[in-house]
Design a protein around this ligand. Structure first.
Ligand code: ADP
Ligand code: AMP
Length: 288
């Protein structure tokens, strides 16, 4: 738009410059021109005056032209961005990564199944809990103490911390397929992640009764060394899952994005169901 109006004004200025020798001649030049019919000597001197006036006027026109174009530099073309589905404009990714949220209550078997998926498919497994525990251990971390308190209490760590850790790990991996385990655990996390990093392709949800999760977590607690694998913390974690995290799964279910797998089988039995979800996804991708 700017360009076309600029070229329009350039065109009209050029036309004005072309008219200049006649219309913009100085009064003395006009006088000289009007007296040019009075004699041949005075005629030749008039011709000199007219020529000088014409040159001066043309010069003035040239100056006006260039002055104008210097005052109005051509605006740079606006950068054209092509919207990529599922990739927010402010995402640090250039192309849409495959993002699968792996959700389920504590002890449902998310980490166990993700390890198998990494073995069999080209995925990077990022556990929000593992990243938070690593940050808690990192010497000099400004948020280590805070993370520890939240984990012990089975509460949701502030989302800015978790999302930053995930985003950094995703970028550092240099890969484009991610299993994001234990995230999002709260609706605001889901929204913030999808608005700043990338949309989830689907949610893999491990449904599991609390009695089974309790049994597994207490068993795991015998050797895990985790500050939250004890009865008191586990009860709080269950409450957080029920009240805060489960609504996230329901929301994605309403969007038709949840693949639910029951945890009530052997590890291999669960994995057979999981494989089917991924094989179907890759078959769909291949068709597209
Ligand atoms: P999450 O990542 O969901 O917290 P984990 O994968 O760490 O859960 O599993 C919790 C515990 O349960 C682990 O000790 C794991 O070995 C065990 N576990 C996982 N899946 C099964 C299963 N299908 N049957 C029995 N035990 C399981
Ligand atoms: P997990 O290793 O998944 O069992 O998570 C252990 C603890 O880490 C949780 O009880 C929370 O305190 C914290 N945590 C894990 N994932 C998240 C998350 N997405 N958002 C906030 N806190 C989290």
């Amino acid at each position: 738009m700017f360009r076309s109006s600029a070229s329009r004004s350039l065109t009209s200025l050029r036309a004005a410059a072309a008219r200049c020798p006649r219309s913009a001649a100085t009064p003395s030049a006009r006088r000289a021109a009007s007296s040019s019919s009075s004699g041949s000597a005075s005629g030749s001197s008039s011709a000199v005056w007219i020529g000088a006036a014409a040159i001066g006027a043309a010069g003035l026109g040239y100056w006006v032209l260039n002055k104008d174009s210097a005052a109005k530099p051509t605006a740079p073309e606006p950068v054209k961005t092509i919207a990529i589905k599922g990739l927010p404009a402010n995402s640090p990714f250039k192309a849409k990564p495959t993002v699968i949220f792996v959700l389920g209550g504590p002890g449902a078997g998310k980490g166990t199944q993700c390890a198998r998926l990494v073995r069999d498919y080209d995925f990077v497994h990022l556990s929000a809990g593992d990243l938070l525990r690593a940050e808690r251990q990192r010497p000099g971390s400004a948020v280590g103490e805070l993370i520890n308190t939240y984990i012990k209490e089975g509460q949701i760590v502030p989302m800015e911390i978790t999302i930053k850790l995930l985003e950094t790990a995703m970028l550092d991996s240099g890969k484009s397929r991610f299993l994001i385990d234990g995230f999002p655990r709260k609706m605001d996390q889901a929204d913030a992640f999808e608005e700043t990093v990338a949309a989830a392709d689907f949610v893999l949800y491990f449904s599991c009764p609390e009695e089974e999760m309790l049994r597994r977590l207490l068993k795991r607690g015998e050797s895990s060394g985790r500050v939250d694998d004890n009865l008191e913390s586990i009860k709080k974690r269950f409450a957080t899952f029920r009240d805060t995290s489960y609504p996230v799964i329901e929301k994605y279910r309403a969007d038709g994005k949840v693949h639910e797998v029951s945890c009530l089988q052997s590890i291999d039995g669960v994995y057979m169901q999981v494989r089917k979800v991924f094989d179907d996804m890759f078959a769909e991708e291949a068709k597209a």
